[in-house]
Design a protein around this ligand. Structure first.
Ligand SMILES: [Zn+2]
Length: 87
């Protein structure tokens, strides 16, 4: 393993692998990247917004299938997961 490998990436991949929901499910990602947890994908509410209230009015979310989010090396949002678990 190269010294400059990115443990965060491995960790993200591992977390994504733990997400066993159907590949066709819609989730939200932020295409622009770094702002507001751009590495994460979020559960979507009925209004098409992240259930964890990530981002603000300037944040552009993009709806993709969960399989696509994983392909883009996104990881499940921890806050959304927690909200799901207490729902
Ligand atoms: Zn979220």
């Amino acid at each position: 393993m190269p010294a400059d490998s990115r443990p965060n990436s491995d960790e993200r991949q591992h977390q994504a692998e733990q997400d066993t929901r159907a590949d066709g499910m819609d989730v939200l990602i932020t295409p622009s990247g770094s702002a507001n947890g751009g590495y994460a994908y979020h559960d979507m509410d009925k209004k098409g917004q992240p259930i964890c209230n990530a981002g603000d009015q300037n944040t552009e979310f993009k709806k993709v299938e969960i399989s696509e989010a994983k392909r883009l090396n996104k990881t499940p949002c921890g806050m959304c997961k927690r909200l799901r678990e207490i729902a």
